[in-house]
Design a binder for this molecule. Structure first.
Ligand SMILES: Nc1ncnc2c1ncn2[C@@H]1O[C@H](COP(=O)(O)OP(=O)(O)OP(=O)(O)O)[C@@H](O)[C@H]1O
Ligand SMILES: [Mg+2]
Length: 542
């Protein structure tokens, strides 16, 4: 098989079960050269499993894979790569302490023995010219944003000569700007004949780039459809439309966003737009003069101050990398600030005393990197639920662990958030990505904490579960808590927040009322434009 030629791939009758669950049940899937095919479904529907099978990471129980019409059987990812298949996983697999070039060298099956880094630099140049995808080979991975890491993963696959690229939720962690750039790269790749399987929970996104969309529901094929036709005169996306024309004749139904959502969940999604109860007058959380360094020793948060009232959600908008991450980490006790104070009710938060001390002060934290900070992969769901609060009531009384209390709480969370799991003692690592996120959110919000620090709480969860998480955040607010919400999604901020603070270059450049502001205005502030009358003080005090 010549790996430089990719024409088509078909999977038929794929079946895979894990103890207690059928992850893939008689799934058929196909993709052609130059095509972007979306793979959609709720958390736990079986998307990652299907792609892991195609990539040779796991073996199917039944079914057939044909590449360019010939049956193939991938015993390992290396084997799949040899056939021109590349994969970017849902969770990062880069080594943070190494440079980008070193990471790429480690990943290549044919990395040259002598001076691999300079060979890789040459290949990176070729890749950036061909697809418009740029990376800095000398940067250390720990210095990069999540979106930049995702780009490295894609480059890794391209340098490995992938002709069929499997992307498992590549955009969950990207900013809107990074997504636009990424879509440009997708078009360049398809124009060059590469096939792309694209898993995402963002329906608009997939409707705009895919020629076909395959939807899974609870391990079964719910259908393969086409995006409802749209403007076909845009330049630069001919290859995508080639794919589309090819499939039009095969008669897949055309869908819009609502129809796609219905196909995913098997029922109508209700749109709940709840009324907001106005925040109370008293200030519950107050931050003053906070200055925080980033990993590179530069000032990331510059003398920031704000207040959150009892019963209020303060949203934070900003292009990622403008200090939001360092701000929330310092408030969570994970990064000691250079200076500044934070007060919750009448107590000063011990920002220098570590995450545990902050948690004990009544602060919940939904972290950005859930696999690194939120959970322990080898422990069970139940152990993860009591990970932080296991030493106190109701989970522990006079030093004795109450297994029934732990089991009850876990069952409640699993039911409430509809976590797809075979049992509450299943290891966390067996859960799908979105279900891990639901467990963390459920654990953190269970006791209606006084302060919730939430970084991108709906990353990687399906649309139904995202709505559930938003309504739990509202409940925390309505129970009199203060919620600090960092999100890349302006829709989410406008829907949830009582006020939106905009961060730019480490400063809060303004605070707006979402009822009287617009995406455009917030976007301008994010880009550093100063808008008269939107000084920091205008919205800050009730
Ligand atoms: N190694 C494993 N052992 C046991 N169960 C597993 C394993 N891998 C996946 N599963 C189960 O298989 C089902 C499908 O999981 P999969 O990861 O494919 O879902 P997904 O569609 O990718 O979801 P998400 O959108 O949350 O990433 C889930 O119920 C999951 O818990
Ligand atoms: Mg997945």
């Amino acid at each position: 098989m010549n790996r430089h030629v990719f024409d088509s791939l078909e999977m038929t009758g794929i079946r895979k079960s894990f103890p207690g669950v059928i992850a893939n049940d008689d799934i058929s899937f196909s993709i052609h050269s130059g095509e972007v095919v979306g793979l959609l479904g709720e958390n736990g529907a079986g998307k990652s499993t299907l792609m892991n099978i195609l990539y040779g990471l796991i073996q199917p129980d039944e079914g057939e894979i044909r590449l360019n019409q010939s049956p193939v059987n991938f015993a390992s990812p290396r084997d799949a790569r040899r056939h021109g298949i590349g994969m970017v996983h849902q969770h990062f697999m880069l080594i943070p302490t190494h440079t980008v070039a070193e990471n790429i060298a480690l990943s290549l099956d044919d990395a040259p023995f002598f001076d691999p880094v300079s060979v890789i630099n040459d290949r990176l140049d070729v890749c950036s010219r061909a697809y418009g995808i740029h990376v800095d080979p000398k940067a250390f991975v720990w210095q990069l944003s999540a979106g930049e890491r995702q780009r490295i993963e894609i480059v890794k696959a391209l340098l490995g000569n992938a002709r069929l690229l499997l992307l498992d939720e590549p955009t969950s962690v990207m900013t809107p700007d990074e997504i636009n750039e990424f879509i440009g790269v997708l078009r360049a790749m398809t124009a060059a004949g590469i096939g792309i399987v694209f898993i995402t929970h963002k329906l608009e996104e997939i409707l705009s780039v895919a020629s076909r969309i395959t939807v899974l529901r609870k391990g079964r094929l719910a259908g393969t459809v086409r995006p409802a036709s749209k403007d076909t005169n845009r330049s630069g996306d001919t290859a995508v439309h080639d794919g589309k024309n090819m499939e039009t004749s095969s008669g897949h139904d055309e869908v819009d966003k609502a129809a796609l959502a219905r196909l995913m969940v098997g029922r109508e999604l209700e749109q709940i737009i709840p009324g907001k109860s106005p925040p109370e007058d008293d200030i519950l959380f107050e931050v003053e003069n906070l200055t925080v360094m980033d990993d590179r020793g530069r000032t990331a948060v510059k003398n920031v101050g704000f207040t959150i009232r009892r019963g209020e959600i303060l949203g934070v908008a900003g292009v990622s990398g403008n200090g939001q991450r360092e701000l929330i980490e310092s408030l969570a006790g994970m990064r000691s600030p250079e200076s500044g104070t934070a007060r919750l009710a009448d107590r000063v938060l011990p920002l220098d005393a570590g995450a545990r001390a902050i948690f004990e002060s009544g602060v919940a934290h939904i972290p950005e990197e859930r696999m690194r900070f939120g959970t322990v992969a080898n422990m069970s769901i139940q152990e993860n639920i009591i990970l932080k609060a296991g030493h106190r009531a109701p989970f522990s009384r006079r030093g004795i662990i109450s297994f029934s209390a732990a089991a009850n709480r876990t069952t409640e969370i699993v039911n409430e958030y509809r976590v797809a799991a075979t049992s509450i003692v299943a290891p966390m690592k067996n859960l799908s990505g979105g279900n891990i996120q639901k467990v963390i959110v459920g654990r953190e919000l269970a006791d209606h904490p006084a302060l919730v620090l939430a970084a991108h709480p709906t990353y990687g969860v399906d649309i139904g579960a995202a709505e559930g998480i938003r309504s739990h955040l509202r409940e925390c607010r309505d129970a009199g808590g203060a919620v600090f919400l960092v999100s890349e999604e302006l829709e989410e901020l406008f829907e949830l927040a009582d006020r939106i603070a905009v961060m730019e270059s480490g400063r809060i450049v303004g605070i707006v009322d979402p009822r009287t502001s617009s995406f455009g205005e917030v976007g301008m502030m994010m880009a550093g434009a100063h808008i008269p009358g939107r000084a920091i003080s205008s919205g800050d005090k009730p």
